[in-house]
Design a protein around this ligand. Structure first.
Ligand SMILES: NC(=O)c1ccc[n+]([C@@H]2O[C@H](COP(=O)([O-])OP(=O)(O)OC[C@H]3O[C@@H](n4cnc5c(N)ncnc54)[C@H](OP(=O)(O)O)[C@@H]3O)[C@@H](O)[C@H]2O)c1
Length: 321
């Protein structure tokens, strides 16, 4: 059993990006905030080195409330890589000063801060050759992609439709599917993303929602990684009995029934074995982790406001010196 950290060991204050009222990036302030208390029995305190942004997070109810109770002021950014500073009494397999990465549950304070508390089960050791920025960028999209592929029930030689194949989640879905021998029909928003989708492993790439080239029922499953509003054609592109997986909101039951498609939505749940598999994949250097831009934590508000304005695709990362 670890000797628990005492309050004397821990900083009392830290710098953090916080929102005091519901809203978008305009609510975020870089300011002094109370540092986390000593970790609970199964928690770990991290000194944050990198935290990734999922923009939609500011629209999710769990960002703002827990069990129906308002949580403001909140700290966003739940994809983290950092250094262990304190361990709960029952945490095993990790030690102080170790570099780890993982996911902070969405209904508690996130990692846009100097320190964050994370359940030990949501963390894994960061491989030495992998930077904090890459680890933070990969964790949520890669775990989401792996879970979506499990739900797709596809095996090799079947065909998957990936909408938004060069986004953060879509790029991992496409890369993982191709490595599993699954054939990928990708859609991307603009022609400039076609080559990237092919590099990730798609053998057919369609641009935008103009998908007249997509044969009805030609795919065994579809994963919509483009965000809200899955279009009708995505339901019709899957063969009857195949699966459609949406990631932003639950699918339309009427469209699914009309197409005879088994449609579902899920929220990613980090499992230790999946985290370890991701750490091994990152260590192998075998997967491409798209990173659009990094911002220092102090410029976090600007980073959140940069949605749709970055030059290159991929995650936006906050770095903490
Ligand atoms: N359920 C879960 O557990 C979970 C976990 C993580 C994320 N998500 C959700 O998954 C979705 C994707 O997240 P993300 O982080 O990957 O977002 P992202 O990086 O913004 O990726 C979205 C991708 O979709 C593309 N796109 C947008 N409209 C399109 C269209 N009409 N046709 C083809 N492509 C289109 C975008 O193109 P541009 O690059 O040109 O904009 C971008 O490449 C979000 O809704 C997010 O909230 C859910």
């Amino acid at each position: 059993m670890n000797s628990p950290a005492t309050s004397d060991d821990l900083p009392k204050q830290m710098m953090a990006l916080r929102a005091h009222a519901r809203g978008g990036p305009e609510q975020l302030r870089y300011e002094e905030a109370p540092a986390p208390a000593a970790p609970g029995d199964s928690e770990v305190c991290l000194q944050v080195r990198a935290a990734a942004i999922t923009f939609d997070e500011l629209t999710w109810p769990e960002t703002w409330e827990a069990d129906g109770v308002d949580r403001t002021p909140i700290i966003p950014s739940h994809e983290v890589s950092g250094v262990v500073t304190a361990l709960g009494a029952e945490v095993q397999g990790l030690s102080v000063s170790e570099e780890v990465f993982g996911l902070v549950p969405f209904n508690r304070n996130g990692a846009a801060a100097e320190y964050v508390l994370v359940p030990a089960a949501n963390l894994v050791r960061k491989p030495d050759g992998v930077s904090h920025v890459v680890a933070a960028a990969a964790v949520l999209p890669a775990l989401t992609a792996s879970e979506a592929l499990v739900h797709s029930r596809l095996t090799n030689d079947q065909r998957l439709l990936v909408r938004g194949a060069t986004g953060a989640v879509g790029s991992f879905v496409t890369q993982f599917a191709a490595r599993m021998g699954i054939k990928v029909t990708a859609t991307v928003r603009s022609a400039s993303a076609v080559d990237r989708a092919k590099r990730y492993g798609a053998d057919e790439v369609l641009v935008g929602d103009d998908v007249t080239r997509l044969d009805p029922a030609s795919c065994d499953a579809a994963i919509d990684a483009a965000g809200a509003g899955t279009p009708d054609w995505a339901y019709r592109g899957v063969r009857p009995g195949g699966r459609l997986i949406t990631l932003q909101e639950p699918p339309d039951a009427d469209l699914a029934a009309a197409a005879g498609v088994d449609a579902m939505f899920f929220i990613v749940d980090p499992h230790p074995e999946e985290l370890q598999r991701l750490a091994d994949q990152l260590a192998s250097g075998d997967i491409e982790v798209p990173i659009a831009q990094t911002y220092p934590l102090a410029e976090g508000g600007e980073a959140y406001a940069a949605r749709g304005r970055t030059q290159s695709p991929g995650k936006i990362i906050l770095t903490v010196p």
